[in-house]
Design a protein around this ligand. Structure first.
Ligand SMILES: Cc1cc2nc3c(=O)[nH]c(=O)nc-3n(C[C@H](O)[C@H](O)[C@H](O)COP(=O)(O)O)c2cc1C
Length: 316
C-alpha cells in the first residue's frame, strides 16, 4: 500500500505510482473534516484494479458520523468508498485539537468515533492508521485491548509511538507481531521500508501487508522491486533512466494542471517530491540542490531531460 502523505500523495502522484502496476492500494493525503458545509475538493479515484483509501482526520467523535453522511449527500464520498481514520499524526498543532495521534490518549473516545463512522458508513470498508502508542510502546497492550472491539476491517500500524515521531532509533517492528496475534482483523505494517530487505523484515512479523511512504517517493518502483524480489535484471543506468522518466512525468502532470489553475503554481509540490526523491542513491542530494533553486516546472523538466541525456552531470 502507498501511505497517505500530506503534500506528496496527491492525485497525480497516486496515479503515477498506481501505473507502475505493483501497488494494490493508494491512500489520499488526510482530509480534515470539521463541518458538513466545508469545502472539499472532489477525490479522484485511480483506475481499476488499484484501490483507494480515503483518509479522514477528525476530532469530534459525536459529529464525525453526521459529517460523513453530509459528504455522501454532496457526492464527495460514496457508499462503497474505503474510509481510513488518521490516528497517527504527531503534529503538536493537530494533537492540540484532539486529532491524529491525540486520539490514542483516550481509547474509549476513539472507539466512540469509530462506531459513529461505522454507523454512517455501513457498506464501505473502514480502517484506521495509527502508531504503537502515544508516549511509548508500553501503551500498546491497553490500546489493543480496546481496539479488539473496533468495528473496522483493517488497521495500519506505524511501528513508532507519537513521541518517537520519525526517529530511526524509535522504530519497533517486533511490536507488530503482538498486534497481529491480538487483533481480529488484518494488520498492515508501516515504517522505514526503503528496500526489499526492509519489506521482508516487516513481513516476517506476520503482518498481512505492508505500507510504504517515504521509501516509495524516493523510489516509486519500490513496490515492483518488492514483488519481484530481485533487481539484477535491470542495470543501474536503466533504473536511473526509469526514475528520471517518472520524475518528469510528475513534473509534466503538475505543469498541465497549473495551466488550468490560472496563475497558481504547483512547483512547491515538485520540490517536496524531489526532497525525498533525491534520497535515492541513484539520484543523489545534488538533484534537490538544483531543483530547489528553480523557478518554473518547465525549467525542471528541461533539467530532468538534460540529466537523463547526460548533458548535465549530478554527482551522487
Ligand atoms: C511528508 C509526510 C506527510 C505525511 N502525511 C500523512 C498523512 O496525511 N496521513 C497519515 O496517516 N500519515 C502521514 N504521514 C506518515 C506516513 O503515512 C507514514 O506513516 C510514515 O512516513 C512512516 O512510513 P515510511 O517510513 O514508509 O515513510 C506523513 C509522512 C510524511 C513524511
Amino acid at each position: 500500500m502507498l501511505a497517505p502523505m500530506e503534500g506528496l500523495t496527491n492525485r497525480w502522484m497516486r496515479r503515477l505510482i498506481a501505473e507502475t502496476g505493483a501497488v494494490d492500494v493508494v491512500a489520499t493525503e488526510f482530509i480534515r473534516i470539521t463541518s458538513a458545509s466545508q469545502k472539499i475538493a472532489p477525490v479522484e479515484r485511480p483506475p481499476s484494479p488499484t484501490e483507494l483509501q480515503i483518509q479522514l482526520m477528525a476530532s469530534e467523535p459525536e459529529a464525525v458520523g453526521g459529517v460523513i453522511q453530509h459528504l455522501k449527500r454532496r457526492g464527495i464520498l460514496q457508499e462503497d468508498d474505503w474510509i481510513d481514520l488518521n490516528v497517527g499524526c504527531p503534529s503538536t498543532k493537530v494533537n492540540a485539537r484532539g486529532a491524529g495521534a491525540a486520539l490514542l490518549t483516550d481509547p474509549e473516545r476513539l472507539l466512540t468515533m469509530l462506531n459513529s463512522m461505522r454507523e454512517s458508513h455501513p457498506n464501505g470498508r473502514l480502517s484506521m492508521k495509527t502508531r504503537i502508542g502515544f508516549n511509548s510502546s508500553e501503551d500498546l497492550p491497553m490500546l489493543l485491548n480496546t481496539l479488539q472491539r473496533a468495528p473496522i476491517d483493517l488497521i495500519t500500524i506505524h511501528a513508532r509511538s507519537q513521541k518517537g515521531r520519525y526517529d530511526p532509533d524509535a522504530l519497533e517492528v517486533d511490536k507488530l507481531s503482538y498486534a497481529v496475534e491480538t487483533l481480529p482483523y488484518p494488520v498492515i505494517g508501516n515504517g522505514d521500508i526503503f528496500t526489499v530487505e526492509d519489506a521482508q523484515r516487516m513481513l516476517a512479523t506476520g503482518v498481512a501487508g505492508i505500507m510504504c511512504g517515504r521509501g516509495a517517493i524516493s523510489n516509486p518502483f519500490l513496490f515492483r522491486e518488492i514483488r519481484e524480489n530481485d533487481n539484477s535484471a535491470r542495470s543501474e543506468l536503466d533504473r536511473k533512466n526509469e526514475l528520471l522518466t517518472f520524475a518528469n512525468r510528475y513534473a509534466e502532470a503538475l505543469h498541465q494542471e497549473e495551466q488550468e489553475l490560472k496563475g497558481q503554481t504547483l512547483i512547491g509540490s515538485y520540490k517536496e517530491f524531489s526532497y525525498w526523491f533525491s534520497r535515492n542513491p541513484l539520484i543523489g542530494a545534488e538533484y534537490f540542490s538544483n531543483v530547489k533553486r528553480m523557478g518554473t516546472l518547465e525549467e525542471i523538466q528541461r533539467f530532468n531531460r538534460s540529466v537523463q541525456n547526460g548533458e548535465t552531470k549530478i554527482c551522487q
